[in-house]
Design a binder for this molecule. Structure first.
Ligand code: NDP
Length: 240
């Protein structure tokens, strides 16, 4: 059997597409999200579904250890769980900033720290973190979200260097706008409308979560000695 793949945020969007893609290729999976009913509805073979909030490090670790008890050590973790609450820095609530920092940054670091020691020990393994094009360039009303996604780029690159001598790969994926549930969580209707208007005006809409999932699987399936450190992937019509 292939090695264990852990996917956080697998109940929708990229995470769900990743779960389907890796399952099709025969990888045993641990799927993490809060909406466990959506994970179970996928009815995937060789898959453990766990209701975990990635901000809860202990719960995440216990889910990973449970899956490792069944399928062996984690060979790939995709730290994908994330939220995007767009807002203006001057008016957005500190509660929204904190929530994004907790999920998008702390959640990613929890996932990394839990699997790192074993990967170092085994001299192999891959960590893939979801950043964003908003992690490499700024966008209006994205201040706090950009802070989290620039953060993911920074911490991924530091960890990549630190793990390089142990033959462990750290990659970051920086997608542009792709239709998922992500925008729906922003609380400002004006900002959501402006986002839709921008997408309509540019014609962004061809790229899918499946395209992103296939690209991540391609990067993972390169030989362990090859590290595609950063992937920027966006709709051809995306202007920024
Ligand atoms: P979705 O909103 O469709 O999916 C987000 C996933 O994260 C869901 O499965 C959700 O599950 C999970 N999640 C959210 N909070 C938590 C939490 N606290 N604990 C565990 N799981 C959580 O968005 P996308 O698929 O679009 O986003 C996936 C990643 O890609 C995110 O990191 C996002 O920032 C990034 N990204 C997305 C882009 C896009 O345009 N779609 C562009 C660039 C980056 P549940 O609610 O069940 O817990």
């Amino acid at each position: 059997m292939k090695k264990l793949v852990v996917i956080t945020g697998a109940s929708s969007g990229f995470g769900k597409a990743l779960a389907l893609e890796f399952n099709k290729a025969g990888y045993p999976l641990l799927l993490i999200a809060r909406r466990i009913d959506l994970l179970k509805e996928l009815k995937l073979s060789d898959t453990i579904c766990e209701k975990v909030d990635v901000t809860d490090r202990a719960a995440l670790e216990s889910a990973i250890r449970k899956a490792e008890g069944v399928y062996g050590k984690t060979d790939l973790i995709i730290n994908n769980a994330g939220i995007m609450l767009l807002g203006n820095l001057e008016t957005q609530s500190t509660e929204e900033w904190q929530r994004m920092l907790d999920v998008n940054v702390m959640g990613v670091m929890h996932g990394m720290q839990i699997v790192m020691p074993d990967m170092k020990e085994r001299q192999g393994g891959t960590i893939i973190n979801l950043s964003s094009i908003a992690g490499v360039k700024p966008f209006g009303n994205h201040a706090a979200y950009c802070a989290t996604k620039y953060g993911v780029v920074g911490l991924s690159e530091v960890a990549r260097g630190e793990l390089s001598s142990h033959n462990v790969r750290v990659m970051r994926i920086c997608p542009g706008a792709v239709d998922t549930e992500l925008v729906g969580h922003t609380t400002s209707d004006d900002i959501k409308a402006a986002y839709s208007d921008w997408k309509a005006a540019t014609g962004v809409g061809s790229i899918t979560a499946e395209d992103v999932a296939k690209t991540i699987k391609f990067a993972y399936e390169l030989p362990q000695g090859v590290n595609l450190r950063e992937i920027q992937i966006a709709d051809t019509r995306q202007d920024a």
